[in-house]
Design a protein around this ligand. Sequence first.
Ligand SMILES: Nc1ncnc2c1ncn2[C@@H]1O[C@H](COP(=O)(O)OP(=O)(O)OP(=O)(O)O)[C@@H](O)[C@H]1O
Length: 209
Amino acid sequence: MFEPLPLVVSDLAIARGGVPVLQGLSFTLAPGGALVLRGANGAGKTTLLRTLAGLQAPLGGRIVGAEEQIAYAGHADGLKAMLSVVENLRFWAEVFGQGDIKPALDAYALQPLADRLAGTLSAGQKRRLGLARLLVTGRPVWVLDEPTVSLDAAAVAMFADAVRAHLGQGGAALIATHIDLGLDAEVLEVGTFRADPVARAGASDEAFL
Ligand SMILES: Nc1ncnc2c1ncn2[C@@H]1O[C@H](COP(=O)(O)OP(=O)(O)OP(=O)(O)O)[C@@H](O)[C@H]1O
């Protein structure tokens, strides 16, 4: 079982490329809880997840409980192309100080692909391996950006099962997705927190360079 702290976000303001994207965003993600981020393309979901994962600094506000708790899976799978499926999982297990990779292989039906080089996998198979990586981190809070891209229906079900099991162990998940995963999750409409148009207009083009 995990014993995570709640992730508490207060009055967060974030920007991308120097342009304010969201402001006034507050939420709490409790252990065992799931929060689904919704919003139109460009609304700021990726920017929010990157900020929570520590990949970029917020413009303002507070994030409490993120450090050391979060396992982030972004658009890129972060796989080592010249390592096999098993070697990839062992690598990440060692990085995070974990041992057993079998539950990760089993959760995403990766045993038949165990000895294949990751670089030779199909897009959906790579995505399954990228998601299996979460299971060897031992981290309680999963922060996931469009995790089901390239997955077929069976793999989407594997992913939803893995999230449910994770929540059942006291983990938590924050997921940006456009599809219904059938999870018992709160929904956060990111567009509700769109940054003030004046602040957006005030950003210079140089910010994009
Ligand atoms: N590298 C970048 N440099 C500058 N601006 C960016 C960059 N990446 C994204 N943006 C802009 O930041 C804003 C928020 O983008 P973000 O990727 O967070 O949206 P999103 O909600 O995740 O969108 P999608 O559903 O299309 O993935 C958009 O206006 C986008 O054009």
